[in-house]
Write a protein that binds this ligand. Structure first.
Ligand SMILES: [Zn+2]
Length: 107
């Protein structure tokens, strides 16, 4: 079972209180009238399915009922961070690569 930190409640709670809601940071096209069908289709239906670091939306359904984002490794299920909507993640692919490089240099 995952234990997830809600950035609004400021508490770590059990996974059963939360619902995953898919990929985070999907921006709605600014001008839908001039967006092509392909771009609109990509916005509505196509999502990343990476192996590794993934930014996801979660809902604290049995708590504050607010949406927040989490950075999770899809292989190990480890959650690196949770953060409020509108904030930027500290863990990104670039940061992870830098950490890996630092580790390799230290060996
Ligand atoms: Zn909450």
């Amino acid at each position: 079972m995952l234990h997830i930190y809600c950035p609004y409640c400021e508490e770590t709670r059990e996974e059963e209180e939360f619902r995953p809601k898919g990929e985070a940071h999907i921006a709605r096209p600014a001008d839908p009238e001039s967006t092509s069908d392909e771009e609109w289709g990509n916005y509505l239906f196509f999502r990343k399915n990476p192996r590794g670091l993934h930014h996801e939306q979660w809902l604290h359904a049995a708590g504050c009922r607010k949406f927040f984002n989490a950075t999770r490794d899809t292989v190990t299920y480890e959650i690196f961070e949770t953060y409020k909507v509108g904030e930027q993640p500290k863990f990104t692919d670039a940061a992870t690569t830098a950490q890996t490089t630092d580790t390799e240099v230290a060996k």
